[in-house]
Write a protein that binds this ligand. Structure first.
Ligand code: ACO
Length: 326
């Protein structure tokens, strides 16, 4: 088999909904500011104790049910996350393996922030093409609420929790046509969680200060995100056999409606062809793309056989794009 394709995709978000009105009780903000600057109306936030692997395992279980594949037949789990259950080990992918009972799988995490799901697809595709694995769970899952400073109005209104999981399998026909991943560590401090979260007398505090929560230079990020998401989407399209007219739906990372609109404008794309979930889910980092893809199928925005384009940008900095027939 020379290709991989996504055979099933599903998502899971925590039950608790936190609206912009609820946010007004936490920080000095208002619904109008949040909607007009970000497009977000509400977001789902994990319950106390609910972890990234809980959300991911729930999404993965839905994929197994949808596809009729048994957990014991899964041979690889690739999880994209920046909010692992444990700081160092075990990996959150191993936790998912345990929770869904995928005893025969190999499991590992990838950290590429909001581009994580495209990175995970790229890696899983290469491992399938190398004939190593045949039934792969590719997951993007986050509990951004754990690394959010709920007293900082410039960041806490943006982030949220959720998970999306896809089953990637070998295929005679191309599913994943092109996937491009990029990074530039020179601008890591534009979006970071500076501290490791514990004190160690043998080591000075890590660069960037004293805070274990997200710190972000929003204005600068906005511009780089638009430029890089549009550019890498162009490059992925150029490397595939498709033109923009062949694309049924573009599924961008859901950080901010204004970033998405600016990317569409640069790409010469009508917003009818762009999937939006940022209004009801906010930005759950590596989970936004698989959640939006799953919802696009659930709401018949796309159907099997359609070709879609993904594009994302996140901390690292990282960015990437993929062209996929579903
Ligand atoms: N409610 C009310 N006022 C606020 C809030 C808030 N939640 N947050 C900031 N403000 C105030 C600021 O204090 C500032 O007030 P001042 O003029 O008195 O100083 C004013 O609003 C304007 O602040 P800006 O930061 O200039 O607002 P901007 O229009 O740039 O919007 C935003 C901020 C939404 C963060 C924007 O820069 C953005 O979307 N950047 C992209 C960042 C992003 O999405 N990051 C996610 C991770 S990266 C990724 O996923 C692609």
């Amino acid at each position: 088999m020379s290709y991989s394709k996504v055979a099933a995709i599903a998502h899971h978000v925590p039950q608790r909904v936190f609206t912009n009105k609820d946010m007004e009780a936490l920080v000095e903000t208002n619904d109008e500011w949040i909607r007009s600057r970000t497009g977000i109306h509400q977001r789902h936030i994990a319950a106390p104790g609910e972890t990234t692997s809980d959300l991911a395992a729930a999404a993965a279980s839905k994929v197994l049910e949808q596809s009729g594949v048994k957990a014991l037949d899964i041979d690889l789990i690739v999880l994209a996350t920046i909010t692992p259950d444990y700081f160092c080990m075990p990996s959150t992918a191993c936790e998912i393996q345990r929770k869904i009972g995928a005893r025969n799988a190999v499991a590992f995490d990838i950290n590429a922030a909001c581009t994580g799901f495209i990175y995970a697809l790229n890696v899983a595709d290469a491992m399938i093409k190398a004939n190593s694995y045949r039934k792969v769970l590719v997951i993007g899952a986050e509990t951004m609420s754990y690394i959010t400073d709920w007293t900082d109005r410039s960041t806490c209104v943006l982030f949220s929790d959720g998970a999306g999981a896809a089953l990637l399998v070998p295929s005679e026909e191309p599913g994943l046509h092109t996937s491009l991943i990029r990074s530039d560590g020179n601008f890591g401090d534009m979006l970071m969680t500076p501290r490791m979260g514990f004190e160690n007398p043998m080591r000075p505090r890590s660069r960037g200060g004293d805070i274990g929560f997200i710190q972000m230079r929003g204005n600068e990020l906005f511009k780089v995100a638009v430029k890089n998401m549009a550019e890498v989407l162009h490059q992925a399209m150029d490397q595939s056999e498709f033109t923009p007219d062949d694309i049924a739906l573009v599924i961008p990372h859901q950080a901010n409606i204004r970033i998405i609109e600016a990317v569409a404008k640069r790409f010469g794309l009508s917003m009818d062809k762009v999937m939006l979930t940022v209004d009801h889910y906010g930005n759950n980092s590596a989970a936004t793309i698989p959640i939006a893809w799953s919802e696009a199928l659930d709401t018949q925005r796309v159907k099997p056989g359609d070709t879609i384009a993904l594009t994302a940008f996140g901390g690292g900095l990282t960015w990437g794009s993929a062209i996929i027939t579903i």
